[in-house]
Design a binder for this molecule. Sequence first.
Ligand code: FAQ
Length: 316
Amino acid sequence: MENKEQAIEEEILINFEKKIENGDSIEPKDKMPDGYRKHLIRQISQHAHSEVIGMQPEGNWITRAPTLRAKQILLAKIQDEGGHGLYLYGAAETLGISRSELIEQLHTGKAKYSNIFNYPALTWADIGAIGWLVDGAAIVNQVSLQRTSYGPYSRAMVRICKEESFHQRQGYEIMAKMMAGTKEQQEMAQDAMNRWWWPSLMMFGPHDSSSPNSGNAFKWKIKRHSNDELRHKFIDKTVQQAQVIGLTIPDKDLKWNEKTGHYEHGAINWYEFHKVIAGNGPCNKQRMEHHIKVHNDGKWVREAAEAHRLKKERQN
Ligand code: FAQ
C-alpha cells in the first residue's frame, strides 16, 4: 500500500517537473507538489493583502485632493487596487484555501504584506511618490511575474500590469507638476522622494544572497528574475525619470557603472526592513486595526450574500 502511494507521488512529481521544464503553465486541476502549492499560497496571499492594505495610505487623501480631476483619478486608482486584491485572492483560492482563512492569516500576523504600506502619506506629494515609486516598483516585479508558472497568477498579472502603468504615470504627473511649481511645492516633492525612495527599494525583498525562498521559486519558475535584478531594473529607469523633472535621488553613493550597465546604490537599511515586516513600522498597528474594523463592519454584507447564495442553491 505504502509503495503504491509512493509510486503515485513520484509520478505526480515527474509530470509536474516535466511541465515546468517545458515552460507549460500549471493549472488549478493539475497535480502539484505540496511545497509548490504552499509557496504560491504564501506569495499570492501576501501580494493580495498588499494591494488591499495599500489602499489605506492613498485613501487618506481622497477628501484632500487639490482638484476635482486629481480626486477622480485617485479614486479610480484606489478602486483598481481593490480589484487587484480580488483577482489575487481569487487566484489563491484556486489553490484550495478559503478567503476567510487568508484574511485570518493576515489578522493574526501569520501572513505578511508589503513593507511599503507601513509608512504614512503625510502630504499630497506622497500620493505622487506612491504612484511613481511604489507602483513603479510593483510594475517591474509584476511584469516579470506575468511569466510565472502558475496560470491563474500569471493571468492576473497581465491584467494588473495594464492598470499599474496608468497608476505609475499619474504619480509621475503629480511629481512633475509639483517640480514645475513653487519653491514650497518643489521642497514637498523632494521630501516625499527622500522618505519613499529607500522603502521602495526594499519592496524587492532581501538581497539574493539572503533570500530563503528564491531557491524553490527559481526551481519552480515562480520567479523569473531575482530580487536584486529587479531592484536594479527599477533603479535604472527611475533615476532617469527623476533627473528629467529635477528631483535628487537621496543616495550619495549612487553611481553609474559602465561595466555592468547599471547604477550602483548605497547600503539598504535591512534592520529597518526587518523591523517593519515584523510588525514594528510607523503604521503597522494603524493599518491592521483599520482592516480588522472594516472587516468586522462588513460582516452583515457577507452574511447577506451567503444567505442569498444558499437560497438560490435551494431553488435550483
Ligand atoms: N515586504 O525569500 P524572500 C503593490 C519577506 S503590490 C514584506 O526574498 P520571496 C501595488 C518574504 O515574504 C506590492 N515582506 O521572499 C500597489 C519572506 O518572508 P516569509 C506587493 C517581504 O517571496 C501599489 C522574507 O521576507 N507585491 O505595491 C518583502 O521569494 C500602490 C524573505 O524574502 C508583491 O507581493 C516585502 N517587500 O520574494 C498597491 C509581489 N520582501 O514569507 C497599492 C509578489 C520580502 O518567508 C498602492 N511577491 N519579504 O515569511 C514577490 O514577488 C515576492 O514575494 C517578493 C519576495 C519579491 C516580494
